[in-house]
Design a protein around this ligand. Structure first.
Ligand code: SF4
Ligand code: FES
Length: 266
């Protein structure tokens, strides 16, 4: 009798999952293994991976949590494209072969689990929080809806890491800040309550920062939340360019490391 998952519809067909297997501790080359998975209506690729773990090969490693497209843990490359496995219906892929790889441009912890330390480290480096001049908050910081609109799109990031995986610049420059961190830098710089522009400037205005992007746009194409990091990077470039221009107008003879404050720029 065919093993099926509870809570799903009838079995519609059987597909082959071709999964990249790699365990750095075993010092073996990565290899692909194939598994036959009966597909029930409603099954996602994550359900397929869990079916394999439960019924065919418990040694397969994958990361997931919410199973509803919120936590970002289950991002992987499915049939050549970065996607959230829990949001990808197997039947909608309309293929008999589902190729599953871990995210690219990261080391692999095991099998489908990427090491996201680079993503978190870069994110942290841009100070992804509101920086204030005063040491202690003095109460509520009022913001108009139209001020929030300037960065609202970029608050949707769930840190899945898919954009770094798709980014061709990331593939050639391991020190590049990457689309996720740059989008979050813009999110805070564009926030009317923030005063941290100068603190972030040197990092952003560096050879591994905002100018490194080649504008391939792959980040925005794969982002499961429609965050559009490529747009954020262009907006950030605009802010940095205006900043230099203002500084130049103030003192054409000397364009020193000190830059105009963001309040002059926006
Ligand atoms: S910008 Fe999009 S793709 Fe990149 S980490 Fe955030 S949600 Fe994921
Ligand atoms: S498991 Fe949380 S987004 Fe897929």
């Amino acid at each position: 009798m065919e093993l099926v998952l509870k809570g799903f519809g009838e079995v519609v067909k059987t597909v082959t999952f071709r999964v990249r297997r790699y365990d750095p501790e075993k010092k073996e080359m990565p290899k692909y293994m194939e598994y036959k998975v009966p597909v029930q209506r409603g099954m996602t690729v994550l359900d397929g991976v869990l079916y394999i773990k439960e019924h065919l090969d418990p040694s397969l490693a994958a990361r997931y949590s919410c199973r509803m497209g919120i936590c970002g843990s289950c991002a992987m490359i499915i049939n050549g494209k970065e996607r959230l496995a829990c949001q990808t219906q197997i039947l909608e892929l309309n293929k008999d072969l589902i190729k599953v790889d871990p995210l690219g441009n990261y080391d692999t912890v095991k099998d489908l689990v990427p090491d996201l330390n680079k993503l978190f480290k870069n994110h942290e480096s841009v100070k992804p929080y509101i920086v204030r001049e005063e040491a202690e908050p003095y109460g509520e910081y009022i913001q108009l809806p139209e001020e929030r609109e300037k960065y609202a799109l970029f608050t949707e990031c769930i840190m899945c890491g898919a954009c770094l995986s798709a980014c061709p610049t990331m593939a050639t420059d391991d020190l590049y800040l990457g689309p996720q961190a740059l989008a979050q830098a813009y999110r805070y710089i564009a926030d009317s309550r923030d005063a941290g522009f100068n603190e972030r400037l040197n990092l952003l205005d560096s050879k591994h920062g905002v100018w490194r992007c080649h504008f391939a746009g792959a980040c925005s194409e794969v982002c499961p939340k429609g965050v559009d990091p490529a747009l954020a990077i262009q907006l950030l470039r605009g802010v940095l360019s205006k900043n230099v221009f203002i500084k130049y107008k103030q003192n054409p003879a000397k364009l020193g490391p000190e830059r105009a404050s963001i309040k002059e720029v926006l």
